[in-house]
Every structure is written in C-alpha cells, then in structure tokens.
Design a protein. Structure first.
Length: 343
C-alpha cells in the first residue's frame, strides 16, 4: 500500500474557509494538509466569481473572490500548510480514536487525527459531453483534467471546448503532442483573447489544427480510442483520428463522495453539526462552510470563518488530549505572535 502522509488535520476543500481554518489551527500548533478537486485554491470564490467584488467581509469594504483567496494565502504563510490540488478525496475511514485514513482518486493515502470537511456545495466535477458511449473510454482515452502532461507525449489529441481550460491546455500540450486538434462548436471563443491569439498563431504555423463542429460519436475498442466522429458546422460528417479526447465543457457542483462517508446527512446533501464545535455525527470529523446545516445557518464566508475558529478549539482536544488550551489574543500574546513570525 502507498505510504500514508501523516498529519494532524486533513481539510477537504482548499477554500477561503478552509484556508482560514489553517490559520486558526496553526495558532493552536496543529498542522494541516488541504485537498481540492480544483487545480487551484479558492473554491467557489476562485472558480465561480474570481473578479466579482465581495462587500461583506468584515473590515474589508470591497475585495474580489480571487483577492480574498490571495490575501488568505498570505495570512496562512507562517503555518506551512501542504496543498494537494487536482485530487478528490474518495473515501474516509475511522482507524483509531480518533484517527482517520483518507484516500484520493490519485492513490494518495492520508492519516489524520481529525478531518475538516469544507466541501461547500460539493465537489466541482467536469460536465460530461452528450456523446453516446463516452463512459467506456473515460480514464483510458477520455480525460476531463490533465494530471500529468507527459502522459500525452507523442499522442494524437483532440481537445474540445472554447473556454480558458480548452485554450490553456491546447497551448500547453501542443509542443508535446504527436498531433493536436482543437474542436469548438463555433468560431467565437470565451477564453482570454491572448490565448485565442496564440492558438490562432499555432494554427497559422501549421503546428495544430482547428476544427468547427461537435463530436457525435467515438470509435475504438476496449476503452482505446481510435477516432472521433465529428459533425461540422456546415453539416458535413468526418472523423478525426485521435488517441485521447479532452473535453473541457465547464464544471458542475455535485455532493460527490461525501455522501458515502457514513456521516449523518440532512435532506441527503447537508451535514448537521453541533454549533458549539461544528463537529458532525462522527467524533473527530468537522464540517464548516456551505456544506453544514444548523438552525439559522447562513451560507456566508463570514459565518464559515466563525465556524473554523470554534472547530479549532475542539480539534485541539483531539490532537493534544493532554495539553490544556489557554485562550489568548493575537494582540497581546507573545507566544501567538512568535508563531505568526512577528515577535
Ligand atoms: C456568485 C456567488 C456570489 C457569492 N457572493 C458572496 C458574497 O458576496 N459574500 C459571501 O459571504 N458569500 C458569497 N457567496 C457564497 C460563498 O462563496 C460561499 O459561502 C463560500 O464560498 C462557501 O465556501 P465553502 O468553503 O463552504 O466551499 P466552496 O467554495 O463551495 O468550495 C468547496 C470546495 O471543496 C472541494 N471538494 C468538495 N468535495 C471534495 C472532495 N471529495 N475532495 C476534494 N475536494 C472536494 C470542491 O472542489 C470545492 O473547491 C457567493 C456565492 C456565489 C456562487
């Protein structure tokens, strides 16, 4: 079995609320690893509204979703958290009192004394294009994310989509692909103009192909793709030979594996918590942010920060059962200031 990464706390969701949890836990000497399906930190803030102004973060009259994420990353620097991005936690099991083992879809194994679920509205998952039989090729020839660019070296790649992900991966994979075709349903792209210009330049130089249309079928055997059937915008039907298909059709939020972890759920999608600790029905497993529910719950970042602070107090009891916790202010405690690197 893969050697387990051992940590005090495993935070599922590298989101603003999870980042602030790193701060609260760090002040109490607990170390954290964070995992997120997205390939960047910030959750909804960074994925859904990175440039939108947020007006209700205390003492910050206005900040963008990305700005808030960046500021929190700066604030938690002293605590050296470890990030595992582009990975989904598939299972968690209790193996001690409390001690948990979590496994991700890339095969990483974590052992942590406590688990903090900051999984928000659930896992961001790629939208599957409506191509008959596509499931049979997923994971072998159809990929919704690029985990290792090297895996695509020398292959004939068909990238589908017109947004930033499709264009970014076109530009990144073009130098190592055997041949790369970008397929989009129209000649207007939603991606950053600079990426579109760079892609067009590659097409002009004959380094990649651009096709307009939609994939209507796949040809291959035993999960190995040979070609994609494409209906062009002019109605013509052709086939594009390819070893791998990479559709980038955006993301959708689904509860995902959280539902299978044996935690009590309300209405099948929210995790009830004790509001003095934000602990779930499983001792040692906490839920903060949009994923939890309690009387009066508001799905606000502000509320998630409060939940993280109270969670850390109870977490300390599990991680350091023999240590007494003394309440301290950052303004006046030299010990806290040392941890923050300011004293
Ligand atoms: C358009 C919009 C505007 C908003 N404006 C405001 C505002 O002005 N003020 C405000 O306070 N709030 C606002 N909100 C709400 C705010 O964004 C949420 O309350 C907050 O982002 C919730 O954060 P979260 O930590 O609960 O999780 P989320 O941001 O939902 O993130 C959850 C993360 O967990 C990851 N995840 C889930 N399951 C797994 C798994 N099994 N393994 C690995 N990773 C997993 C997901 O990929 C995701 O990145 C807004 C929301 C939206 C959509």
């Amino acid at each position: 079995m893969t050697e387990a990464i051992k940590t005090d706390v495993l935070i599922i969701g590298a989101v603003p609320i999870g980042l602030f949890a790193v701060f609260d836990l760090g002040l109490l000497d607990m170390k954290a690893h964070l995992i997120d399906i997205l390939d960047k930190v910030g959750g909804q803030c960074a994925e859904l509204y990175p440039e939108k102004p947020i007006y209700d973060i205390p003492a910050i009259p206005v900040i963008s979703g990305q700005g808030l994420t960046d500021a929190l990353m700066g604030q938690i620097k002293p605590f050296g958290a470890n990030f595992h991005l582009g990975e989904m936690v598939e299972t968690i099991e209790r193996i001690g009192d409390p001690l948990f083992r979590a496994k991700t879809d890339t095969g990483k194994v974590f052992e942590s004394k406590i688990i903090v679920i900051a999984a928000g509205g659930g896992s961001f998952q790629p939208k599957r294009p409506p191509i008959p039989g596509i499931e049979a090729y997923e994971g072998t020839s159809v990929f919704y994310a690029v985990r290792q660019m090297e895996a695509f070296r020398g292959k004939r790649l068909l990238i589908v989509g017109g947004g930033d992900s499709a264009l970014d991966w076109t530009l990144n994979l073009a130098p190592l692909a055997g041949r790369l075709t970008l397929l989009h349903r129209r000649d207007q792209f939603r991606a950053a103009p600079d990426s579109v210009n760079k892609m067009m330049a590659l097409v002009k130089e004959g380094k990649i192909d651009l096709a307009l249309g939609q994939v209507t079928g796949l040809q291959g055997e035993g999960g190995r793709l040979a070609a994609a059937v494409v209906k062009g915008t002019d109605g013509s039907v052709s086939s594009i030979a390819c070893d791998a298909l990479l559709p980038f059709f955006g993301l959708t939020m689904k509860l995902g594996p959280v539902a299978n972890w044996g935690i009590e759920l309300k209405d099948g999608e929210l995790i009830p918590v004790d509001t003095s600790t934000f602990e779930t029905s499983i001792p040692g497993v906490f839920a903060i942010g949009d994923i939890n529910t309690y009387p009066g719950k508001l799905k606000l970042i502000l509320c998630g920060f409060h939940e993280a602070a109270l969670m850390a107090q109870k977490a300390h009891r599990y991680v350091f059962p023999d240590k007494r916790l003394v309440f301290q202010y950052t303004t006046s405690s030299t010990s806290l200031q040392k941890k923050l690197g300011v004293a």
